[in-house]
Write a protein that binds this ligand. Structure first.
Ligand SMILES: [Zn+2]
Length: 501
């Protein structure tokens, strides 16, 4: 998390000089694997973020001298639970750094091994396996969110359903949570508005996963819009379109083009900021603010921070510096949405695969919970990881869509929308046992509740959004009726372990 300090009073936002704020940062565009000279893995990502912080600090000096910044970056602090998990084992502790970025959406390169060698095997199969291997195992599963990749043109040779089958496998078997498509690299720029692409979009929308699509220019953006428009008005795609989100990667290639913002006003579309640099940085945010600031349209919900590492490197620092500069027209809440909130809203449905069972939820509660009690519970769950269990994901709870708050100063608690003390962990025994959700939440009155749920059937957790109304009625009643009060931290920790067995 990035901590910044106000360099002066900002009365219109109720901010005093020296008030500090912390942003939870998500990189929505990051490659892992191997493509010619490029090679990256989780530890490479964390090293890169450490370098990015170094670069940011270097650039800050000049910017402060020129009086360009409204907030000064002062430090990087890790979110407590993921960082504690990293430090729980010597071989992981080496990677407990680079916390300028807290969570990363990761997908394959056009890897050296992405080409299929038979008409039945989809392209990117090995690449997707590798992404899942990195992103769904502790400790990296607490920092990385994996997206799969396919070659849509696989539809034109071999079995026509290859891409769709691979998307389903990536999501349901591997636990990947989104899809990356690259029209230039996979040579379908001229066929974006095609039947095989409609099939792929239907598949993604029906699965409820976001699609990030590489765009090099406005022409590509408009073709993607044509594709979506061609699906409108048809019964077949009605449900698909209510769930489909398309993130336009490198959306700021021509930030002065008003047509980009017309597309971004469409509820399906979002834009990601990598490749933006120099004078184009303020233009994108200014134009977005002007063109999408109409009542009812929250312009800052439509842009996502991304780095495109390792194709691009520290130029992402320019975006962060612009967001905290005098030129940026938004609020701290706008910054938090752009720099991390929007990506979580799109990609962070609680992790699950087909490896779940129906199961009655069980709940324990602990009143007047002190931080030491939560820590004891977390320690005992972390210790499971040394005893035959894996954590496939750690999803912090976030506000429901369109309700992201303005953020509080650290002096007032530092709440920035991310619930650092309320989260969903996906756990499963490494010997192939089924997966569970362990859902821990803290209410403002200090009531901790911990529910262990199955990941199939009707009594499951469908969202990481922290809101009672987003829970199924049956599930909330069940939790309320069955909750057992715990008297000591030890009893709490051991009951949670019992509920997992
Ligand atoms: Zn990329």
């Amino acid at each position: 998390m990035l901590v910044v300090r106000a360099v002066e009073d900002i009365p219109e936002q109720g901010i005093k000089k020296d008030d500090r704020f912390q942003f939870y940062v998500v990189d929505a565009h990051h490659h892992m694997g191997k493509e010619k000279g490029h090679r990256n893995s989780p530890s490479g990502a964390y090293d890169f973020y450490a370098l990015l912080w170094f670069e940011l600090q270097r650039m800050v000096k000049d910017q402060l001298e020129g009086d360009l910044l409204l907030f000064e970056p002062i430090e990087v602090v890790p979110p407590e639970l993921p960082s504690r998990l990293f430090s729980s084992r010597a071989s992981w502790a080496r990677m407990n750094h680079g916390w300028l970025v807290d969570r990363t959406i990761v997908f394959p390169y056009t890897d050296d091994y992405s080409k299929s060698d038979s008409p039945d095997t989809p392209s990117f199969r090995v690449s997707n396996d590798k992404i899942a291997g990195w992103t769904t195992r502790a400790p990296h599963s607490t920092r990385l969110i994996g997206f799969g990749r396919v070659d849509p043109k696989d539809s034109l040779s071999g079995s026509p359903d290859r891409p769709v089958k691979e998307i389903k496998r990536a999501v349901k078997v591997l636990g990947l949570r989104g899809l990356k498509l690259h029209p230039l690299a996979q040579l379908f720029v001229d066929e974006i508005d095609s039947d095989y692409m409609r099939k792929i979009m239907k598949c993604a929308g029906d699965l409820g996963i976001p699609v990030i699509m590489d765009t090099r220019n406005t022409r590509t953006v408009l073709r993607i819009q044509d594709l979506v428009n061609s699906m409108r008005g048809s019964k077949k795609y009605e449900k698909t379109l209510t769930q489909l989100s398309i993130i336009l990667a490198h959306c700021g290639m021509s930030p002065g083009d008003p047509r980009l913002y017309e597309v971004l006003r469409d509820p399906v579309f979002y834009g990601e900021t990598s490749t933006l640099h120099g004078k184009d940085v303020p233009i994108l945010f200014q134009m977005a603010h002007e063109r999408m600031g109409a009542p009812g349209v929250q312009w800052s919900e439509k842009l996502l921070f991304g780095t495109d590492y390792s194709f691009l490197s520290v130029q992402a620092a320019e975006i962060i510096l612009h967001l905290i500069s005098r030129d940026f027209k938004g609020t701290l809440g706008d910054i938090q949405r752009i720099i991390g909130g929007n990506a979580l809203t799109l990609a962070q449905t609680p992790f699950r695969t087909d490896n779940g069972v129906k199961r009655q939820p069980k709940t324990v509660v602990y009143e007047k919970c002190e931080p030491t009690v939560t820590q004891e519970l977390e320690e005992s769950i972390i210790s499971l990881l040394n005893n035959g269990w894996n954590m496939s994901s750690l999803d912090l709870m976030i506000p429901p869509r369109h309700t992201w708050p303005n953020i509080q100063s650290l002096e007032r608690g530092g709440y920035n929308g991310i619930h650092l003390d309320s989260y969903v962990m996906t756990l499963h025994p490494k010997n192939g046992g089924t997966e569970f959700h362990v859902w821990v939440r803290m209410n403002p009155a200090g009531l901790l509740s911990c529910t262990v749920l199955g990941t199939k059937g009707t009594l499951v957790l469908d969202t990481a959004e922290f809101a009672a109304q987003r829970l199924g009625q049956e599930l909330s009643e069940k939790i309320r009726a069955d909750a057992r009060p715990m008297r000591t931290p030890q009893e709490l920790a051991s009951s949670v372990l019992d509920m997992l067995s």
